[in-house]
Design a protein around this ligand. Structure first.
Ligand SMILES: Nc1ncnc2c1ncn2[C@@H]1O[C@H](COP(=O)(O)OP(=O)(O)OP(=O)(O)O)[C@@H](O)[C@H]1O
Length: 230
């Protein structure tokens, strides 16, 4: 079976008088339903690799195939459509829209994708908030809930269009330890129960312990690719 994400010799170099190489010749396959944790020292290129895998940045060379589609062939609009339909993102900062209700924040990606009608969108947004333990909060604004709750809304939003992959960059970087454990177990469950692939970049050692696989980056190179499954 073909892997969901296939990276071959991915390299990202920032041009300039002194070019800076962020990621160098990284090759890896990520399968459906895998929970992958990318670790490594600060500045080793973890976020840069996640941005490439999440189609938020384009490689300088190398190839990336997502769900059988060579992403090199996609222009910027189709790349954005692919991100919206197939990928979900969770960042260290929640990036919820402050003037929107939690329900509307979760509904936004569905409205943009335009596959569902409004009643179905609202019903799904309600169901996602409930699933993330936020039933009864849909009418609130982001500033009216806690940081841990905001991050759960961000996860609900990331799930809105039933993504194949959730990419999370330091998703617990701003949270206390109890909220971190909660977010970690939610992502872990999603992966187990729904076969959603989860790729996280994290300094949190608990994430690596919970992962199926740990990728270690050093100076932009994939140093180790370790499966933690039996
Ligand atoms: N736009 C940029 N211009 C110049 N250098 C950059 C730029 N973006 C990233 N870098 C550098 O590239 C390297 C990789 O950055 P990246 O953020 O991917 O690392 P990281 O492993 O995620 O770091 P951290 O753990 O600190 O978040 C770092 O040395 C960083 O300073």
């Amino acid at each position: 079976m073909t892997a969901l994400l296939q990276a071959r010799e991915l390299t990202r170099t920032l041009p300039g008088d002194v070019p800076v190489t962020l990621v160098e010749r990284v090759s890896l396959d990520i399968e459906r339903g895998e929970f992958v944790s990318i670790v490594g020292p600060s500045g080793s290129g973890k976020s840069s690799l996640l941005y490439l895998l999440g189609l938020l940045d384009r490689p300088s060379s190398g190839s990336l195939v997502l769900d059988g589609q060579d992403t090199h062939d996609l222009d910027d609009n189709r790349l954005a459509d692919t991100r919206l339909a197939k990928l979900g993102f969770v960042f260290q900062f929640h990036f919820l829209l402050p003037e929107f209700s939690l329900l509307d924040n979760v509904a936004l990606p569905m409205r943009r994708l335009g596959r569902l009608k409004e009643p179905a969108i609202r019903a799904r947004a309600h169901a996602l908030l409930e699933r993330l333990g936020l039933q009864g909060h849909g009418h609130k604004r982001p500033h009216q809930i806690s940081g841990g709750q905001r991050q759960r809304v961000a996860i609900a939003r990331a799930l809105a269009n039933e993504p194949l992959v959730i990419l999370a960059d330091e998703p617990t970087g701003n949270l206390d330890s109890a909220s971190s454990a909660n977010v970690r177990s939610i992502l872990r469950e999603l992966c187990r129960e729904q076969q959603t692939t989860v790729v996280t970049v994290t300094h949190d050692p608990h994430f690596a312990e919970a992962a199926d696989r740990v990728l270690t980056l050093v100076d932009g190179h994939l140093q180790t690719d370790q499966s933690l499954l039996d």
